[in-house]
Ligand binder design. Structure first.
Ligand code: ARG
Length: 270
């Protein structure tokens, strides 16, 4: 087990169980343990790991990606251990609400709708949706051109929300973005609406062939780390995120995955 025995014993003593590991383990000095007894708590973090370059499973089964590196760096900074849990994307918010995970990092866009049920950290990256079509498609260039067309999306995503607004569109939903893109490559739909960095990565890496991205970004979106409403961990994560943005760690991770210097980030999404 990843939870240290002494933490476990104390959680038991507090009657909290391991579930509230980081919130519970630091006492008044906070979960970081710095200035406390130097113990490390565990933060259970959900992710849907079929979303490269943000999160994906390497050939050996390890989780990799920008989000994974970022979350581990936040954990290191704040003094907690990150324990990732793979969940279907549309199961992440319910899991946060049920308290079966403490946080989620999954390329998740900060939206007004989600803010009704969960909290988010400050934005950690800017992304946006893009439309993908077959390489030889000359008909579809914008959102308007999608009217009455067949669109594939990942279930529970902002891309799915966007597709639902297209008049007359026939929408197929998939459990992951790669599956939606494959459906397009197979010629069974006319377009995919998905996060631009992920679609571009799928094309550039050769994971999917015969597709192109058309037009402008459909939206501008910011990703945040999601937490249960009023979680004590939100402040801890925000502080650590601010520190690693300032000290260059964030920039290093950004360069590793995107090969460029990171753009300025706003402190809030809206
Ligand atoms: N950014 C989009 C959203 O929040 C898609 C995220 C999908 N993430 C994933 N790991 N599959 O709805």
């Amino acid at each position: 087990m990843m939870i240290k025995r002494s933490t476990f014993v104390r959680n038991l003593a507090l009657g909290l169980g391991a579930a509230f590991a980081i919130a519970a383990c630091g006492g008044s000095s906070g979960p970081s343990g710095s200035g406390g007894d130097g113990e490390t708590g565990v933060l259970r973090v959900a992710t849907e790991p079929a979303f490269p370059p943000f999160e994906f499973q390497a050939a050996n089964g390890d989780l990799e990606g920008f989000d994974i590196d970022l979350m581990n760096a936040i954990g290191e900074e704040a003094g907690f251990e990150v324990q990732f849990e793979s969940l279907p994307f549309d199961g992440i918010i319910p899991a946060l609400q049920a308290g079966t995970v403490d946080a989620a990092i999954s390329g998740m866009t900060i939206t007004q709708e989600r803010l009704q049920t969960v909290d988010f950290s400050r934005p950690y990256i800017k992304a946006g949706l893009a439309i993908a079509v077959k390489e030889d498609n000359t008909e579809i260039q914008s959102l308007e051109d999608l009217e009455g067309k067949r669109i594939a999306v990942q279930i529970g995503t902002t891309g799915a929300d966007q597709a639902a607004e297209v008049p007359g569109a026939v929408i197929s939903t998939f459990d992951s973005a790669p599956l939606a893109l494959q459906e397009l490559a197979n010629g069974n739909v006319d377009a995919v609406i998905n996060d631009a960095p992920v679609t571009l990565d799928a094309i550039a890496s050769g994971n999917i062939s015969g597709l192109k991205v058309v037009g402008e970004l459909v939206t501008e979106e910011f990703y945040g780390i999601a937490l249960p409403k009023d979680s004590d961990n939100t402040q801890i994560i925000n502080d650590a995120l601010a520190t690693i943005i300032d000290n260059g760690t964030y920039s290093e991770i950004y360069r590793k995955w995107f090969g460029a210097a990171p753009p300025e980030l706003p402190e809030s999404a809206f």
